[in-house]
Design a protein around this ligand. Structure first.
Ligand code: UTP
Length: 290
């Protein structure tokens, strides 16, 4: 057993505007769009729970309350279903002990770094996880569990990374890699959305983090970065050197569900793998492809 503080809290920034999915996301949060029959936020929460995390902190904004409702008791629905003899098992992943679903508001979406900073009072003085629900990570074990295991080994700060074709790096946070050991890579530097010619590697930050609470103080006096937003990547970059910083290459698949094509790909991939519908979807895909 290690003496490291366990990761008990996860922050889910869900206050973004989801402009790439308009008009679908005008009245419905992007994080509630379903991949087959589970909303994106549910996949992320399940992944955190699998990693042993107990408290789920949602950084919400206006129009996002349905996300919180999703994890509440649906009294009328449950009573009616019970009266009709229907099983409530399907709702099990949406249930939490009282006090374990916590929300905080980001009044203006000033960027991911700012959203995380809004959770500072709840995070307090312990290491915590961050999961971006629009990045869907599929693997066994899940991405956060792989990261928690790595954390027990090396401590400090961890980010999940994946390798992509070099010419695509300028849309992402990119690491400057140091020494490698198995799935772990030392992080020597981080840059947000670099031009391809200046990118230090093709390893991009992919939506999962375990950070020390000091990041909140770093975010506190942070200037705006790329896109005029307060960037988490910039705050993390400033912490390198002071504390151990590693990247974990996720053994699994990642779908960028913040983009329309990534969302469709995730829907198809997961539907094809489902026991209850895979065969039917495969036949349907064949028909459509003619
Ligand atoms: P994205 O940039 O992918 O989401 O942020 P977005 O801004 O909602 O989407 P587009 O680009 O307009 O389509 C990644 C995650 O960070 C959250 C988002 O909700 C998303 O889960 N976020 C982003 C915030 O909570 N606050 C912000 O200020 C920005």
């Amino acid at each position: 057993m290690s003496a490291r503080k366990p990761i008990r809290k996860a922050v889910f920034p869900v206050a973004g505007l989801g402009t790439r999915f308009l008009p679908a996301t005008k009245a419905i949060p992007k994080e509630l769009l379903p991949i087959v029959d589970r909303p994106l936020i549910q996949y992320a929460v399940d992944e955190a729970r699998e990693a042993g995390i107990e408290q789920m902190i949602f950084v919400t904004g206006r129009g996002k309350t349905a996300i919180v409702e999703h994890f509440d008791t649906a009294f009328e629905l449950e009573t009616t279903m019970s009266e009709r003899g229907k099983s409530l098992d399907i709702l099990e992943p949406t249930r939490f002990p009282p006090g374990d679903i916590i929300t905080v508001r980001q009044q203006v979406p000033l960027g991911l770094g700012h959203a995380i900073w809004c959770a500072r009072a709840i995070v307090g003085d312990e290491p915590f996880a961050i999961l971006l629900p629009d990045e869907l990570m599929v693997g066994k074990p899940g991405c956060m569990k792989q990261m928690v295991e790595a954390y027990e080994d090396v401590g400090g700060n961890l980010i999940s990374v994946l390798e992509i074709p070099r010419e695509e790096v300028s849309s992402y946070g990119v690491i400057d890699p140091g020494e490698e050991r198995g799935a772990l890579t030392e992080v020597r530097g981080l840059v947000e959305k670099p031009p391809v010619s200046e990118a230090p590697s093709n390893k991009i930050v992919s939506g999962r983090y375990i950070l020390q609470p000091e990041v909140m103080r770093t975010l506190e006096d942070q200037e705006k970065g790329a896109g005029g937003e307060i960037q988490l990547t910039d705050a993390m970059a400033r912490m390198i050197g002071g504390q151990p910083f590693h990247a974990v290459t996720f053994a699994g698949r990642r779908f960028d569900c913040g983009s329309k094509t990534g969302f469709v790909e995730a829907t198809l991939a997961l539907a094809l793998e489902r026991e209850d519908m895979g065969e039917e979807v495969r036949a349907m895909a064949r028909r459509l492809l003619g």
